[in-house]
Write a protein that binds this ligand. Sequence first.
Ligand code: URA
Length: 205
Amino acid sequence: MLVVIDHPLVQVKLGLLRDQSTAVPDFRRALRETAALMFFQATADLPTVEAVVQTPLAACPARRLQRHVVLAPILRAGLGLLEGLFELVPDAQVAHLGFYRDEHTLKPVRYYAKVPPGIADAAVILLDPMLATGHSAAAAVSALKVSGAQHIRFLCLVSCPEGIAHFHATHPDVPVFTAAVDEKLNERGYIVPGLGDAGDRFFGT
Ligand code: URA
């Protein structure tokens, strides 16, 4: 399943993120805000359970999330999305996943994985601003599944047809939420028009 989040606020902030003249502080802020807006929509169907709270006046029905939330940023650009989400789910656990691309095989190689215990019951949100070739994202989901994760969704800001095709072919069970499906990947693996290197722009490198 592919969901394109077409909310006007998301699209306006995406334009800011794409603009090469957007300075690092504004880029950071827009990425945080866009992540939160997209997360809101991408979690709209999370299951809840009935609860009861006591207001100052009476007992009142309430709801709480059935599953705890695990945010899984792919290093390093995924960290840019992570920050904005702590505001919404301050008790979320974090699974860090790091990959580099092998020069010879061009395949992603995992160099870091720290996954919280109990991930099997969690609602896991994989985070990466860019779905480019789709190889890292697919490998990240495989790693999460090996760790026991069963309820995974993927939040990415900008995607492209090549990445979506690879990701869906590898993990057809994992829904993808994106703000844009861009035209293509270029020969250097960048999304066009995209926004450039999301990690460089977020970290000012
Ligand atoms: N990663 C990025 O940061 N940008 C792209 O365009 C592709 C991959």
